[in-house]
Every structure is written in C-alpha cells, then in structure tokens.
Design a protein around this ligand. Structure first.
Ligand code: CP
Ligand code: NVA
Length: 330
C-alpha cells in the first residue's frame, strides 16, 4: 500500500528524510518490485504528467523515470540538455513556476544542488533530484535496496567507497550510511574526502543511529571485512577534461582490483552507480588508453565481470526505487 506521509514532498537529498522514512520508501520500492515481477498492475494514476529535466546526459535515471511513469499510468515529458530555456533564457524560479502550472511533478538533473532546491521552492509541486554535483539521492535508495536484498539488513553493514569521495556519490553514500546506521569508510587520498561541514553533519546523525564513519587512506586496512566495496568514475559529468591526468595519478591506488576484493573477504560484493570505465569498449575509455596506457580506471574488468559484482541488480533497482519516490509523493 502507498505510504501517505510523502504526499506533496520533494525528494532533494537524503538529509531531508528520517531513517524511518527512508526505510519506508525502500519497503514500498520492494513491494512495487514484487508487483512488477508477478505481473500485478500498479497503474494507479490517471491524468498525471511529470517533467523530466536533464541538463546532463543519462541512461539509467531517465529510463527509470520513464518506465516507472508508464507502469504507474503517468505521462512523462523529457526535456533534454539543450531542449528547454532553463537557466539560459529563463531563470530557475520562472521555469519552476511555468512547469509547476503544467506538471504534477518535476525531475531535475543538473549542476548545483542550489538549483534543484530553488526549483522545489518555486514549483508548487514535488521536485525529485535526479543528480546534482553534490547529491544523487535516488541512486542511494536503489543502493540501499540492493544491499538489503543481498545481505538481509542495512544496520552495521560496512560499505567502503573508493575514489573521489567529495562528489555526489561519496557525499550521498556517506549520508545514506549515516542515516541507516551503517559503517561507512571513505577510502581515498585525503584531498578526496567529503568536506568537513558534511562530515560533521553526518557524524551528528551517526550519534543517533549508531553509524560508524571512517576516513582512511590505506586501501588494505580500509577494505578489511567490507560487505560492499563501491566506486564511481574518477571524473564526473561537468568536470573539465584537464583533470584526468591528475585523477589517474592520484586515484589509481584506489582502483578496485581482485586483490582488494579478496582482502575484504568472501562476503564482499562490488557496487558501482554506473556508467563504469572497466574496459576499452567506450570512446572515453579508448581515448584514455591512447593517452595514458591504462585499460581500465576505477575498477578492473575482472572485478566488474565477476560473481562478486551486483551492479546490474543495482541498476535495475533504480527503476523500482524511483517508482516508489514518484508514486509516494504524487
Ligand atoms: N547511475 C546513474 O545515474 O546513471 P545515469 O547517468 O545513466 O542516469
Ligand atoms: N559522479 C558521477 C555519477 C554518475 C551517475 C557523475 O556525476 O558523473
């Protein structure tokens, strides 16, 4: 059954939600997933329209919103990165007020978190964050559902994030783990740790939930006993190409290899929000190989393709969790 407490609420970052509310959304997603798998219709909406605004490209998030909308009986309208006036000819506040008059909900993927917060302030309808530089909350819901499916629980589970932990994925995983009483480790060079303000906010949450937060530079001690080793691309959307060389140099010690997985232990699973640079079958992957001579970046192909890798369960769960967020707030 649809939980009533989310009606009319935006989903901008996990910091805005209590652990109980996050659990409730995960439960609801699990229920919708079961309905989908068993062929039980959940087309519960009629006459609802949602806008999907993307200022950056996407495969999973866009498809998750579109398929979830179709399953729920909602009509989605996709606005591609160059397909609207947003920000260029029309302010965020004006765009929000226009879209809010036509749509029942708005998904936004873009740059600053301040933009999605401003959209929500002016839209008058729920706004869902489909990724900003700072946070990627719908990804974390999918990750939490996936971890729960594989390990049966979240509390006390150890998740080690390797790579650039200052950006959307590192930040959001730290928040998600803090909220759910998990053991979060940022395993990277010091300059890639999340910022102090967010760490302090998460430490306060951890005092309430029993979560453990650690920031460790040595990959061997950091990954010991991990349930999940998680990584993401070393250069995120919107960052300049010039940073590749520095990132490759500084983050190569934090590549997820089979040795790291073995060091973690038999129980350990590999997760990645995707897309991932694990082979040479991408244009950027080939360009990096030509320039730097490396055939993978944040994760080896061996780990990515191994039976420890649960990245496609994770990708599928984007759809079930996004469906839960949309259905609960409309
Ligand atoms: N994980 C994720 O957000 O993927 P997309 O960029 O394909 O949406
Ligand atoms: N950190 C990545 C996540 C992609 C889902 C990016 O922002 O490009």
């Amino acid at each position: 059954m649809k939980p009533g407490i989310f009606q009319g609420r935006s989903f901008l970052k996990l910091l805005d939600y209590t652990p109980e509310e996050i659990n409730c959304l995960i439960d609801y997603a699990a229920q919708l997933k079961k309905q989908k798998k068993t062929g039980i219709s959940h087309k519960v909406f009629t006459n609802k329209n949602v806008a999907l605004v993307f200022e950056k490209t996407s495969t999973r998030t866009r498809c998750a919103f579109e398929v979830a909308a179709a399953d729920l009986g909602i009509h989605p309208v996709y606005l591609e990165p160059t397909g609207s006036q947003i920000g260029k000819k029309e302010s965020i506040a004006d765009t929000a007020r226009v879209l809010g008059r036509m749509f029942d909900g708005i998904e936004y993927r873009g740059f600053g978190q301040d933009v999605v917060e401003e959209l929500a302030k002016y839209a008058g309808v729920p706004v869902w964050n489909g990724l900003t530089n700072e946070f990627h909350p719908t990804q974390i819901l999918a990750d939490l559902l996936t971890i729960r499916e594989h390990f049966g629980a979240l509390k006390g589970k150890k998740l080690v994030y390797m790579g650039d932990a200052r950006f959307n994925m590192g930040n959001s995983l730290m928040v998600g783990c803090a909220k759910m009483g998990m053991h979060f480790v940022a395993c990277t060079a010091k300059k890639y740790f999340p910022n102090d303000a967010l760490i302090n906010e998460c430490k306060k949450i951890a005092e309430e939930t029993g979560a453990v937060l650690e920031f460790i530079e040595d990959p061997i001690s950091a990954t010991k006993g991990a349930h999940v080793i998680y990584t993401d691309v070393w250069v995120s959307m919107g960052e300049p190409d010039e940073v590749w060389s520095e990132r490759i140099k500084e983050l190569t010690p934090y590549r997820v290899t089979m040795d790291i997985m073995k060091n973690a232990g038999e129980q350990c699973r590999f997760m990645h929000c995707l897309p991932a640079f694990h082979d040479l079958n991408t244009t950027i992957g080939k360009q990096i190989y030509d320039k730097f001579g490396i055939d993978c970046m944040e994760v080896t192909n061996e780990v990515f393709e191994s039976d420890k890798s649960i990245v496609f369960d994770e990708a599928e769960n984007r759809m079930h969790t996004i469906k839960a967020v949309m259905a609960a707030s409309l």
